[in-house]
Design a binder for this molecule. Structure first.
Ligand SMILES: [Mg+2]
Length: 428
């Protein structure tokens, strides 16, 4: 016999029909423990959640809401060529999140430019200004602003850029300026990020305690600034393969599409349907090329790869992750499709690839055929896996999710998208 268990003893007494005192005793003890347990659970829950409950959101602008990196790259590339230098886009991380002056100082020094920081700064500022109208919102930015606005969650914008630039950039996006209860720019505080000044000022203008604020940031200096201000910080790194550097953030997500506001006590998004997020449809297409041979050889999942060279610009606009939609294949027809975009952490690719998997059994390869894709939804961020088996299992799960979702009217109507049909025989 093991040690006596008080609950078993009590139950035995009840079953044996012992007198009323024992029954009352058991009931009282049960109530006591139930209440005690209830209080403990509530206290633990509050302790776990209290750190995360916020009432306001403070957003960074460049690289968080706006896809500024593409424009910055283009401008610097062209300017440095004029100065006899070659822009190294792999070193872009050095200037992300810096003030314009700091960024200019880094470039002047790194490229050994024969000009002052001020002169270089004013030249790139003027070139950038001409491009503000071309900066697109990052995927999920419009959705997030609309969601928070509709639920009355106060928002502030906190950017290292000067006020005039911030105002100019957001002026091209209807409704953005009105969404923010406060806008704090780099020239309105003593020090830019990573100093917490901007975030303290934003909380002050929102009239809330810093601990009630959730910061959303793409850069490391921005994350450090938010934490130094005592705020909860979600990092959305704008540069690839940087997640491991964001150890001070409370959460690191792949893109704004993956933000879960309810984790921070804010209203959840309601637009997910059966494990999928509907997207504004977008297109990509071209001849099917030979990939790495992994699709069919290693995984048993034959992907119809597209050239990344021709579509690098389109791919750069979309976060890595798993998407789905419809595929039009010249000479054959239209098929359901699930695809990954990204660096495929399991294989640690060096370039961003697109690997569509047509959900149909083909008897032969179709390299060289024209493939047009209409992407209509998102399933999940890119992830790493501990084994090839778990990667394969997850890809099949993604396939099942896409297969089911594409029967829903919200997605099935895009099967008639003219973009898919223009590759088919007899089409115009
Ligand atoms: Mg930023």
């Amino acid at each position: 016999m093991g040690p006596a268990n008080p609950w078993l003893l009590s139950n035995c007494r009840l079953e044996e029909g012992c007198h009323l005192f024992d029954s009352m005793f058991v009931v009282l003890i049960s109530k006591f423990f139930t209440r005690a347990l209830h209080h403990i659970v509530i206290k633990i829950s509050i302790a776990m959640l209290s750190k995360k409950l916020v009432s306001c959101v403070i957003l960074d602008l460049d690289g968080t809401l706006l896809n500024t990196d593409g424009v910055v790259n283009d401008v610097l590339k062209a300017l440095l060529v004029k100065l006899g230098k070659q822009w190294d886009s792999k070193a872009a991380h050095k200037i992300v999140g810096k003030t314009p002056y700091e960024a200019a100082a880094i470039i002047v020094q790194d490229y050994g430019l024969q000009c002052t920081i001020e002169d270089f700064g004013s030249e790139i500022t003027s070139l950038f200004s001409d491009q503000w109208c071309n900066i697109k919102p990052l995927p999920g930015a419009e959705r997030l602003l609309k969601h928070l606005r509709c639920h009355g969650v106060p928002m502030a914008l906190a950017s290292n850029s000067p006020r005039v630039n911030v105002e100019s950039k957001i002026s091209f996006h209807p409704g953005w300026k009105e969404s923010f209860s406060a806008i704090v720019a780099g020239d309105e505080v003593r020090s830019g990020k990573p100093s917490p000044d901007i975030y303290f000022e934003a909380a002050k203008r929102l009239n809330v305690e810093p601990s009630n604020c959730l910061v959303i940031e793409d850069s490391l200096p921005g994350v450090l600034a938010g934490k130094a201000a005592g705020m909860e910080v979600v990092a959305v790194p704008s540069l690839p393969k940087q997640h491991h550097l964001y150890t001070s953030a409370d959460e690191v997500i792949n893109s704004l599409l993956d933000l879960q506001p309810e984790k921070w006590g804010l209203p959840p998004f309601q637009d997910w349907i059966d494990g999928t997020l509907p997207l504004e449809p977008w297109h990509i297409g071209g001849p099917v090329i030979k990939g790495y041979g992994r699709g069919s050889k290693m995984l048993g999942i034959p992907t119809a790869n597209l050239s990344t060279e021709a579509y690098a610009a389109v791919l750069s606009e979309h976060p890595s992750g798993v998407y789905f939609g419809w595929a039009g294949l010249s000479t054959r027809g239209i098929y359901k499709m699930v695809m990954s975009i990204g660096w495929n952490p399991y294989f640690n690719n060096t370039e961003k690839t697109i690997e569509p998997w047509l959900l149909h059994n083909f008897n032969e390869d179709f390299y060289g055929e024209e493939l047009h894709l209409t992407i209509v939804g998102y399933i999940r961020p890119e992830a790493n896996f501990s084994s090839l088996e778990s990667l394969i299992a997850r890809i099949h799960e993604d396939g099942r999710i896409a297969e089911r979702a594409l029967d829903l009217p919200i997605y099935s109507r895009y099967k008639d998208d003219p973009y898919l049909r223009c590759t088919l025989p007899g089409a115009w």
